[in-house]
Ligand binder design. Structure first.
Ligand SMILES: Nc1ncnc2c1ncn2[C@@H]1O[C@H](COP(=O)(O)OP(=O)(O)OP(=O)(O)O)[C@@H](O)[C@H]1O
Ligand SMILES: [Mg+2]
Length: 371
């Protein structure tokens, strides 16, 4: 029995490639070929393609309806992306080993006092992972920024991660889209526990999703999240992520603040955490800051000849910086503001004298024991 086509069903009109005309009759020489028939287009294929495109656009709309913050590494303050090539080599070797290892420690926690360079390292890691030769290995990134609305809040944290993971990992994308469709029925901005449950635990727990290689989720500046009361819960949920999705590794940074330290150093989570304190390596790795000062100061017009003829001045500055990147950066900025000064010695004196205006405020921060 024939079935009546509905308007939803694809109409099948075949328009395939044209057929050539008949060859000419040949007596002495062959005649001209006949006129070919026009092409035959397969409307069925076109309709299927249209349906696929419509489905894709619906999926994209669902994904875009997830509330999110511009917290990814591409959106952070330029200053955090001023990584000097060749610095932090030991740390990046260690990170590579962590990433290539069996994954017993799925979390790398980089702790360190103000201005030691955590965000710059986190940003550089994102850049390297995203441009990795064996395919993008960055799953998602969230850079908390104090005093910046959504960037200092825990509110959009998990939905932002879900959105980025769906974009970066094609094998996770369908799960996250299906989960988002369901999740969004209950409102776009939901409490953290519901967001985690809806977008991560429910879709992925008990599901075997294979990712070709470990991927990293980078979270910078946990101490900059203003919702201090929510941080323990946020961290507990976050640490659950590598157990739900075993290919995920977490790279976290924070100043050593008690409300973060006590969660990340608790006996129950300690076996899964690789802990690195920049405070402990400041002296050992102070060559990085030396390299930074040696490369930047001579490039500021006024000081090129001066530091070549007075190497001790630069040496004193390097010693004063004592491995603290932010200190070195402010010093460079200070020298730069005097780039047109007639006497290069004077800005150096101002900068280095104990009562000098240049770095005394930063000195005070640097001498303060880490919190
Ligand atoms: N490896 C590096 N190469 C060049 N510049 C760097 C490097 N590391 C840090 N800096 C400079 O030092 C400054 C302070 O670094 P960064 O913001 O990364 O410190 P932080 O540890 O994240 O500080 P905070 O705890 O305040 O967030 C940055 O503005 C950056 O320009
Ligand atoms: Mg930082």
């Amino acid at each position: 029995m024939s079935r009546k086509a509905t308007s939803e069903e694809p109409r099948t009109i075949h328009i395939n490639g044209g057929r050539g005309g008949p060859g000419g009759g040949g007596s002495h020489q062959g005649g001209e070929g006949g006129i070919g028939q026009g092409p035959r287009v397969n409307f069925y294929d076109i309709t299927i393609r249209q349906q696929i495109a419509a489905a894709r656009s619906e999926e994209q709309k669902v994904l875009d309806a997830l509330p999110r913050a511009d917290a990814g590494y591409r959106c952070v303050d330029e200053l955090k992306s001023k990584f000097l090539h060749g610095t932090r080599q030991e740390l990046f070797v260690e990170l590579q080993q962590w990433l290539d290892g069996p994954g017993l420690r799925s979390v790398y926690f980089l702790s360190g006092g103000a201005g030691l360079g955590k965000s710059s390292i986190a940003h550089q890691l994102c850049t390297r992972l995203d441009n990795s030769t064996d395919g993008p290995r960055l799953g998602a990134s969230f850079f908390f920024v104090r005093g910046s609305g959504d960037l200092e809040s825990a509110w959009l944290f998990f939905s932002t991660l879900a959105h980025q993971l769906a974009l970066s990992q094609p094998s996770l994308r369908p799960y996250i889209i299906d989960a988002a469709r369901e999740y969004l029925k209950w409102g776009s901005r939901q409490q953290m526990k519901h967001t985690f449950e809806g977008l991560f635990r429910r879709p992925f727990q008990g599901t075997v999703v294979t990712l070709p290689r470990p991927i990293v989720v980078v979270i910078d500046g946990l101490d900059e999240c203003k919702d201090r009361d929510l941080i323990p819960n946020l961290l507990e949920l976050l640490l659950e992520l590598p157990t739900i999705l075993p290919a995920i590794r977490l790279f976290l940074t924070s100043r050593p603040e008690p409300h973060i330290q006590w969660v990340l150093t608790a006996a129950s989570v300690l076996p899964s955490i690789f802990y690195r304190s920049l405070n402990d390596t400041v002296a050992q790795w102070k060559g990085d800051v030396r390299r930074y000062l040696e490369q930047t100061v001579p490039k500021i017009g006024l000081y090129g000849d001066f530091v070549r003829d007075n190497p001790n001045e630069l040496k004193r500055l390097i010693e004063r910086a004592a491995g603290v990147f932010n200190f070195a950066r402010v010093a460079v900025r200070f020298l730069d503001t005097y780039r047109d000064h007639p006497d290069p010695q004077e800005p150096f004196m101002l900068l280095l004298s104990p009562e000098g205006t240049g770095l005394s405020a930063l000195d005070a921060i640097r001498k303060k024991p880490p919190g």
